[in-house]
Structure formats: structure tokens, C-alpha cells
Design a binder for this molecule. Sequence first.
Ligand code: EPU
Length: 351
Amino acid sequence: MIQIQENVPLSQYTTFKIGGKARYFCVIGDAGELRQARAFAEKKNVPIFILGGGSNILVSDEGFPGLVIKNEIKGIFYEKQSDGKTLVTVGAGEDWDTFVADTISHSLGGLENLSGIPGTVGASPVQNIGAYGKEARSTIHSLAAIDQATGKEKVFHHDECVFGYRHSFFKTPEGKKWIITQVCFLLDSNEAISIDYKDLIAYFSGKDTTKLSRQDVRDAVLAVRFAKLPELKSLGTAGSFFKNVTIPKEQYESLKIKWPDVPGFSFSTSDSGLSTIKIPLAWILDNICGFKGYRIGEVGVYKNQALVLINYGKGTASDIASLAECIQKKVYEMTGITIEPEVEYIFPKKP
Ligand code: EPU
């Protein structure tokens, strides 16, 4: 039986350590409890927000006027397939990194590069989490979700999730109607180790990499993350605040005239024949706009990674939103590039 609480401060549930109160709040541990919570919200005629690890959201200072459901659906089940691979079915409320560590202890490959990412398993398909050359989409086989409107369950196969860079169907208005309860990953003990990402190459340089275990790769990723990203215990943050940018080759060439060192990676060639270039936005924020280490009052840009915004303790959602707006404007002024937040804003809709 679920317990509904009232006026619960959300700052304690977000890694930004920011957010006003939830009008109603409850914790659910299985699909049955989720249906009870859904029915409660329907009866009260209030919106629902599903909270996982709270690690990629900016909750407004006014809070959330409906029911916040903290998803704690647990369980990790391993099923060996006839082709030797293993299907792992995981409750959406499992902690992501605990799950990654568990797959490595089962000698399975595919997730070690995604070590140390805060949040829950249920959030991993929503924004197709990625780091150090890997994305969740390459291992997600399918997922189960419940329709907020009807309470009916549906299984979404990989292709129906429509994954993109930090994107999926579940980020679209249609997709937001679904509550993810379980995610199935297809993992392989023979999956080759991948240490091609710049920071991992640097970490392993001069070391013998011929006999690396998955645990060695996990340890390397955790060390690199620790050096660049803030410790959640001491600072409030939601990791990268903005998405990296992709621009046409011509625009990249003109940026290079002014800033010859701007890094760029050939991304894809669209149907129209246009080549696009992916640029690390952190480089622009750091080297063109000079934002690295910038602080205004209780919020700022992290000193070791310019894509990361920080709450030093007493920052508010409006402080972060103003800083983000100031960064967006400056990037546009300097480069003509429009940047988008990666973090989801949970703000009441302005009439
Ligand atoms: N750089 C700078 N200044 C900085 C930081 C980076 O110039 O302050 C430049 C460097 O050239 C560096 C490049 O930017 O080589 C890329 O930086 P980094 O490797 O730190 O990666 P990123 O593109 O900034 C992305 C993800 C991170 C993920 C890392 C590692 C996005 C939005 N962010 O950041 O994900 O950990 O790659 O793979 O794609 C997150 O999503 O919250 C997150 C932390």
C-alpha cells in the first residue's frame, strides 16, 4: 500500500540540491504500487512526475504542483541466451552504477565505460546516457512501460525507443506519457574492450593494455570522472548542463578562421549531402567565452569542466536558469551557435 506525503521538499532528491516542494509525494516499489499512485493522481486531477535519481533535472523553486512518484522498482535478473549472450532485466529504480558493477562481476561486457554515472536504470534509456565513447542504446534490448493515462503496460523494442544523441522517444511529448518500469539489456562476455576515448587513451598511456579486464576499464573511467566532474557530496550539480553541438561544416570552417584550435569531429553526412561537425561545447565555454570557473553568487561553472554548472550550497533554480540563459546568450553572440540544455527543467508551465 502506498503512503502519500504532502509538501515534500524536492531539494533532498535532486543532485543539484535544488527544488521547491512536491504537493504530493510517494515511493513505489512495483508496478502495482505505481498503478495505485497513478489512480491517486487521477482522483486529485494533478499531474505526475516520475523521479529516479534526480541527477538530470532542475526543479523550480515553486516545486511541483502534482504527485511526485519516486520509482524504487528493484531487481536484476540474468538469463543466458542460446547464442551465449545474456539478457539482463532490471527494475527501473535500481541505481545505475550498482547495476553496472553487478554486470562486471558477472563477467559481462558493454557497460564498463558507463561506470560512475549518477541516476537510476529507468532514466538510462530516456536520455540515452553516454560517456567515454559508449551509449546506453548499444546494449538496450527492450523496456517495459506503463501508460500514465490508462495504466496499461507495453513492451517497447529497441527500434521503438528511437534513440539519438542524449535523446529517445521518451523525451518527446508522446513518450513522456509512459512510465518506465523495467529495462532489458543484452550483454556479451565477449564484447571487446573500448578505450579509444581521448581521456582513456591518456590514462592508459605508458601502461600495458594487452590484458585489461573490464574492472580495469571501470576503474579508469571512475578515476577520469573523479578528476573532471564534481563530487556530489560536496557540490550540487546535474553533470553536463548543455548538449554538445553539431554544426554544418561551413560554419565550423568559419569558426576555425577566428579560433584555429577549435576541436571538431566529423559526425554524419545527412541525406542533403551536408557534412556536420560535432564540437565539444566545453571547449567553446572554456576557450572562447571564458566561463570555466566563473561564479555568480551561489552558482557557477565548474573549475575542471566548463559544461558542468554548480550549486555552491544556497543556489536556487532561478539562479541556475539565469546563469544558463547568460551562457546561451554569450555563446550565440560569440559564435552564432544556439545551444540547448541537456538537463530537464521541471518548471510549472507559464500561462
Ligand atoms: N574541454 C575544454 N574545457 C573543459 C572541458 C573540456 O576545452 O573545461 C574540451 C577538451 O578538448 C575535451 C573536450 O572538450 O577533450 C571534451 O570534453 P570531455 O571529454 O570532458 O567531454 P564532454 O563532451 O564535455 C561528454 C558528456 C559527458 C561525459 C563525457 C565523457 C555530453 C553533454 N556530455 O562531455 O556526460 O561524461 O563526454 O564521455 O555529451 C553528462 O551527460 O552529464 C556527462 C557528464
